[in-house]
Design a protein around this ligand. Structure first.
Ligand code: SAM
Ligand code: SF4
Ligand code: F3S
Length: 442
């Protein structure tokens, strides 16, 4: 009988990609995925460390699992991801229920660790940074993701050391996968029915392999005939080089939504954050891209109430939001992270921080709602991904990543269809499919 693994994923898209790849690996030693944690022989928690309470979330989750399994055979408990990397020693001491701790650059060792544990039953951790071996190993195991939209990690780690961020410590130094390795994985995904590839990296536009850049990858993906859409995330303004900007002129598959985190609209704060870019640099990229294609829109990440953010600096962020009119952005109050330079700085009073976050989110909300409203009565291209959970409607994504719901047949899944938008709210577009005989077969 196959052993069952339950995987719970927190955090960013890269963790989602990693969880899928971890499953591809453990299948080799007989594990099968279950959606019911009570049935699991192995409980794997893939964790995120980006903001506070991350560590507590892990202990809380383990506590829950402990209770469920009080009267049953204990499953093998594995913690992976960025909390595993950052807190491994403390975790093993504090929580004997955890059996294995495996950091993000050691997933290629997971089967050995599991098999050893089955023999010896002693707690272990593996947190070396060894991205080369990891991807060499993963390259031999096919990525069997058959979702219509699939992630593909091309770059991992970060050398930028923004003063607020744990990623350089949890994911290690910047590493770019070999060009051919990435292309082979992309072709394999497309051959298996994937229609959209989202290239991933903590600094995806820092991708560099023997002189080849992210723009080269994008142009190669353009040539894969059964692939329809290409996106990439997350990029850094400093690495938004001319070749990447030019790719928007030449690529037919690159989508017109640019997710480019700015963090703050104030040069003073950007400097304190060690962001290595200014607002002028950011706006230059924005206007250059708008010149290439006026339909390009931006989304961003913001950190609100960073230490030193006075009223003027906060106003600068509001001004930037009004100028760029970001859609689909993420905004969070600054969260001090252990081991980072900003963790020792004087924080802004909580009440004031919440007030500022609400103002920013209100502004972002207005932009997003306006953008969606502007699409009402228009016909847009939608990549159909699946049925909604209640099976009543089809859902897909617009070119700007907004969810679109409409009636239609299952055979449209995986195709780009034309949908006339009849209604919208902040997060969703609702519409009717145009005459099916006019639809393009993807
Ligand atoms: N590499 C990307 C960049 O340079 O913008 C960001 C990657 S990080 C995984 C995702 C987002 O988490 C960041 O853009 C930032 O807004 C947010 N973040 C990171 N550290 C944070 C902290 N200490 N407090 C609040 N938000 C944080
Ligand atoms: Fe973190 Fe991004 Fe800064 Fe790297 S560039 S330290 S991942 S916010
Ligand atoms: Fe979280 Fe690590 Fe991603 S800290 S956001 S899971 S890179």
């Amino acid at each position: 009988m196959n052993k069952k693994i339950f995987i719970k994923t927190f955090g960013c898209q890269m963790n989602e990609y990693d969880s899928d790849r971890i499953y591809d690996i453990v299948k080799k030693i007989g594990y099968e995925k279950t959606d019911y944690y009570e049935k699991a022989n192995c409980y794997l928690l893939n964790t995120c460390h980006i903001r506070d309470k991350a560590k507590e979330k892990v202990y809380h989750e383990i506590g829950r699992v402990k209770k469920i399994f009080r009267s049953k055979k204990k499953p093998l408990v594995i913690v992976t991801g960025c909390v595993a990397q950052a807190e491994h020693e403390e975790m093993l001491k504090r929580e004997p229920f955890i059996d294995l701790i495996i950091g993000p650059q050691s997933y290629h060792k997971i089967n050995d660790k599991i098999l050893n544990f089955e023999n010896q039953k002693t707690q272990r951790e593996e947190t070396e940074f060894d991205a080369i071996s990891k991807f060499e190993y993963l390259n031999k195991i096919k990525n069997n993701n058959k979702k219509i939209s699939s992630f593909l990690t091309v770059q991992e780690g970060c050398d930028k050391f923004c003063h607020f961020c744990v990623v350089p410590f949890t994911r290690g130094p910047e590493y770019s996968r070999p060009f051919k390795q990435v292309l082979d994985e992309a072709k394999y995904l497309a051959d298996n029915g994937v229609k959209e590839i989202i290239l991933l990296g903590q600094n995806v536009n820092a991708y560099s392999y023997e002189g080849l850049r992210l723009s080269n990858l994008i142009m190669e993906l353009d040539k894969i005939s059964n692939l329809e859409r290409v996106r990439y995330t997350t990029s850094h303004p400093k690495d938004m080089t001319n070749d990447l900007i030019e790719a928007y002129k030449y690529s037919k598959k690159l989508m017109p939504l640019v997710h480019l985190p700015v963090q703050s609209g104030s040069d003073k704060i950007l400097k304190l954050m060690n962001r290595k870019h200014t607002i002028n640099m950011y706006l230059k990229i924005f206007y250059e891209l708008k010149k290439i294609n006026p339909e390009i829109e931006f989304s961003s990440d913001f950190i609100i109430a960073y230490p030193g953010e006075d009223k003027n600096a906060f106003e600068d962020t509001i001004k930037l939001i009004e100028e760029v009119k970001f859609i689909n952005s993420f905004s969070f109050i600054f969260s001090p992270r252990p081991g980072t330079i900003a963790s020792n700085l004087q924080t802004i009073e909580k009440k004031e921080a919440i007030k500022r976050l609400e103002i920013v989110q209100q502004k972002l909300f207005i932009n997003q709602t306006k953008m969606n409203k502007s699409l009402e009565n228009k016909t847009i291209n939608v990549l159909v991904e699946n049925r909604t959970d209640n099976k009543k409607k089809l859902f897909g994504k617009s070119e700007y990543m907004t969810s679109v719901l409409f009636d239609g047949d299952d055979d449209l899944i995986g195709k780009i269809v034309k949908v006339k938008i009849t209604n919208s709210n902040q997060n969703t577009l609702f519409g009717q499919i145009e005459n099916q005989s006019n639809q393009k077969v993807a």
